[in-house]
Design a protein around this ligand. Structure first.
Ligand code: 5RP
Length: 233
């Protein structure tokens, strides 16, 4: 196992400490969130955790819940009246717990579930922590297909680069679980990430922005390659 994989795994395992029997759990998207789901699965099998319900943040996560044989625990948002805790990954984190999310194009459902949760816990490896964000990863923005070129132009006018995301395994743009497109926006400079989120969300055609406000994040668990974890509360 690579050292980054190990770092992600220790973060995922640490997150289990914040899960209790009887809870409604929001399950994030991406490789780190999948590691958490597999750890949770082990705890369910060995009886350490029981009577939980799982609300997925994407089709990927939904399929994995079913694949692990946990379909009886699967719930959609309209089947529960609250989420106790959501555990999710991130592409980048700063020291104010602000996040860039949406590398897997699941940002809209993630934000819905993560922000609804009474506790929102982020699990990352140490390579994802930066002094300021976005650093390496552009900001994913979900847009309705009709508006993609207009939104791209408006973003370029704000300064920086904006590109329609294309994926592998399919010709044409990446289509999200909600039937929308993704524009990846790398601003020239960011003075205030909270203000940037607000400005982008006001562009007509934007569904959601992959900037998650640190005030909405309860805790960030950072797994390190040496096998230790640190937590930002
Ligand atoms: C998906 C996400 C993921 O949480 C983010 O991309 C991190 O993924 P990984 O754990 O695979 O690095 O926001 O939309």
């Amino acid at each position: 196992m690579g050292s980054i994989d190990r770092a992600r795994e220790v973060a995922a395992r640490e997150a289990l400490k914040y899960v209790r029997s009887g809870q409604v759990i929001g399950v994030g998207t991406g490789s780190t969130a999948m590691l958490f789901l597999r750890e949770l699965h082990k705890s369910i099998i060995n009886g350490a955790v029981s009577n939980v319900l799982l609300v997925p943040t994407s089709t990927e996560t939904e399929i994995e819940i079913v694949r692990l044989g946990l379909v009886n625990l699967l719930r959609y948002p309209w089947q529960v009246d609250h989420i106790d805790v959501a555990i999710d990954g991130a592409d980048e984190v700063d020291y104010g717990k602000n996040l860039i999310k949406g590398g897997g194009a699941a940002l809209t459902r993630e934000k819905i579930i993560d922000y609804w949760a009474r506790e929102f816990i982020v699990i990352v490896d140490e390579s994802k922590v930066f002094n300021s964000i976005p650093s390496k990863h552009p900001i994913p923005i979900e847009v309705i297909p009709f508006a993609w070129s207009i939104v791209r132009t408006r973003l370029e006018e704000l300064g920086g680069t904006a590109e329609l995301r294309f994926g592998s395994g399919k010709r044409g743009p990446v289509v999200t679980d909600n039937g929308n497109y993704i524009i990846d926006y790398m601003p020239k400079s960011v003075i205030n990430i909270e203000e940037l989120e607000r400005v982008i969300k006001e562009i007509p055609g934007v569904v959601e922005v992959g900037i998650f406000n640190g005030k909405r994040v309860s805790r960030v668990i950072i797994g390190k390659v040496d096998g230790s974890v640190i937590t930002m509360d």
